[in-house]
Ligand binder design. Structure first.
Ligand code: UFG
Length: 324
């Protein structure tokens, strides 16, 4: 069974490549390596291709003949998307359209899409279910919401079957320390906290302490990247066995505040690093927690690593031994 992975050299993509490889799938990664790391791809070949390069996409699809495509390649920084929306609409929306169009021409009709909780904007009810309205509040979320809309229409008209996985906060690393999160620049809370523990950063800033949450800091639903990978495998099996197009939230259904993450990181690392209270970061909703009952019920997803200490321990193990 062949699976084409875009963005397989990135953080989540590389963990899914590993999970697919271990299960015996034949994988091929295409990645422009602008953010990803070739060393992160533990199974199959990596072809350096940009998704805007339609001819190369066409050639790869026709030569490799994948049974399904998993599409991770995207820009992911909310703040950057506000400054440079064109960059996000081009890479995340237009390039997805190119990929989908070439898939249709090549007769490949199974697609797994990396979507995001950012499509919900400021949700009305928490935990967030898939029926919550799609109201992104930044170009990043909008660039993904556009693709979801395109998928809905293509599914009706072209026989494409897709699963859109709306990720909450992916975190942690596979436990052997072979791969992990390595963004440049890093903007995510857990890796930044751990870099502070390591002494690479002077202090960690808490962005906002006046939110309407028990300790005043934002709450997020941190999901271990290996549990997220498992959701991809289940989504693939679902499409291969004839499942209809569908959308699933990926999270554990409960969250941790920024202060709780910092306290857990101090415990796991044994380092009492400096913390500075700072202004709110624009565009941060107070609480983002998934209702993931649909993922559990429909795909049979059973989380294995719903343990914030484990998540931070695996991220710390990677941070101390990282290869890229
Ligand atoms: N935070 C800090 N200090 C930091 C970094 C982050 O206090 O130095 C806070 C943020 O304000 C936020 C929380 O930690 O409240 C988590 O922030 P992250 O940047 O780690 O993650 P986000 O929740 O902002 O973003 C994640 C994904 C995005 C996705 C978004 C959905 O990384 O791709 O969820 O809202 F868009």
């Amino acid at each position: 069974m062949r699976v084409l992975i875009t963005g397989g050299a990135g953080y989540i993509g590389s963990h899914v490549v590993k999970a697919l490889g271990e299960k015996g799938y034949e994988v091929l990664t295409i990645d422009n390596l602008s953010k990803g790391h070739e060393e992160a791809v533990l199974y199959g070949e990596v072809k350096r291709i940009d998704l805007s390069d339609r001819e190369s996409i066409r050639d790869v699809l026709r030569a490799f003949k994948p049974e399904a495509v998993m599409h991770f390649a995207a820009f992911i920084e909310v703040r950057e998307s506000v400054l440079y929306p064109l960059k996000y609409y081009k890479n995340n929306t237009v390039n997805s359209l190119i990929l989908l169009e070439e898939m249709i021409y090549a007769g490949i009709n199974r697609f797994i899409f990396s979507s995001t909780a950012a499509v919900y904007g400021n949700p009305v009810s928490v935990p967030i279910s898939e029926s919550e309205s799609i109201k992104p509040i930044n170009p990043y979320g909008q660039s993904k919401a556009f693709v979801e809309r395109i998928l809905e229409d293509f599914s009706k008209s072209y026989g494409l079957r897709y699963v859109s996985l709306r990720y909450f906060n992916a975190a942690g690393a596979e436990p052997e320390g072979k791969i992990g999160e390595s963004h440049n620049p890093e903007t995510h809370l857990i890796p930044l906290v751990l870099k502070t523990a390591k002494g690479e950063i002077e202090h960690i800033k808490i962005f906002g302490t006046d939110y309407e949450t028990p300790d005043g800091t934002c709450i997020r639903d941190y999901i271990h990247v290996d549990d997220l990978s498992k959701a991809h495998i289940l989504a693939l099996e679902y499409l291969l066995s004839g499942g209809k197009s569908n959308v699933f939230n990926c999270g554990y259904g409960h969250g941790y505040s920024v202060r709780e993450i910092i306290d857990t990181a101090k415990k796991v690392t044994g380092v009492d690093f400096p913390v500075v209270e700072s202004e709110r970061r624009p565009g941060d909703p107070a609480i983002l927690v998934a209702d993931s009952s649909k993922l559990k019920k429909t795909l049979g997803w059973i989380p294995e690593f719903d343990d914030i200490e484990y998540i931070i321990r695996t991220a710390w193990n990677w941070e101390l031994n990282k290869r890229f």
